[in-house]
Design a protein around this ligand. Structure first.
Ligand code: ADP
Ligand code: MG
Length: 235
């Protein structure tokens, strides 16, 4: 599994003022996530073999490899907006990934991109709002609630932690670290649950006792964000 995020309390008392998430930082995050998905492809697929159809790692890897190609195509325009970048990622995932995860992650990035708008860099509060919009989009698309044993179980607590961090003036690094930790806890909490959405729900009670693959990839997304997006911002 990937390295532990930076100490979530490091820099917690540092004022968030002046810290921003730039377009190059978002590109670095997406590249890092692609690398982590490629590395953990077998793990994600094994988790899906237990309660699904053994393709989640394959699906996510195919999608993120397509995103890498798209990132190369887009380049790094000096005045590029974060929103346009995230929307392009969403479109790429929707068109390259079959199964449930493609439309769900695709919608997440599309809605996140719409919320991020034209800005070329986002404050922590703006980032939290964009992530919240993306997760709301994925939730609307899949109609999953908390404790349905899906990616939403990792994503919703992460959004709450990000928003709380922004509201209380945490540093970027601390807020991102706390959201990754909230996602990790949400992912772990899927283990005893009986699935109520997606393929795993066909198993009924037999889905209990297994960690949800989509919650695991969502944790990886937020763990990677904690490492990539705050790089260089903590004194
Ligand atoms: P498929 O289930 O079509 O094979 P994947 O294996 O790529 O697609 O993704 C499975 C993951 O998708 C699940 O572990 C779960 O987290 C997520 N998922 C499935 N259905 C939903 C839904 N309705 N809402 C949210 N997440 C879902
Ligand atoms: Mg599957």
């Amino acid at each position: 599994m990937i390295a532990v995020a930076p100490d979530t309390d490091a820099g917690a008392k540092t004022a968030a003022r002046g810290e921003v998430i730039t377009r190059p930082a978002v590109v670095a995050w997406l590249r890092a996530f692609a690398a982590v998905v490629a590395r953990d492809r077998e793990l994600l697929t094994e988790l899906d073999a237990a309660i699904g159809d053994a393709d989640h790692g394959i699906n996510m890897d195919r999608g993120m490899q397509a995103v890498l190609v798209k990132l190369d195509e887009l380049g790094e325009p000096a005045d590029g907006s974060v929103g346009a970048l995230l929307k392009a990622v969403g479109m790429t995932l929707v068109s390259s990934v079959g199964g449930a995860a493609g439309p769900l992650y695709g919608t997440l990035f599309l809605q996140m991109g719409s919320a991020a708008g034209q800005a070329s860099e986002l404050t922590l509060a703006e980032w939290a709002s964009a992530v919240a919009a993306g997760v709301a989009g994925a939730q609307a698309r899949g109609q999953a609630e908390l404790q349905d044993k899906t990616m939403i179980d990792a994503l919703l607590p992460a959004v709450a932690a990000l928003r709380a961090g922004a509201a209380s003036g945490l540093s970027l690094a601390a807020a991102l670290g706390r959201s990754a930790e909230a996602a990790r806890q949400g992912m772990k909490a899927t283990v005893p649950l009986v699935a109520r959405k997606g393929r795993a729900s066909y198993l009924g009670q037999r889905s209990a006792g297994h960690q949800d693959p989509g919650a695991t990839s969502s944790w990886l997304l937020l763990e990677t964000a904690a490492i990539s997006l705050s790089a260089g911002t903590v004194p």
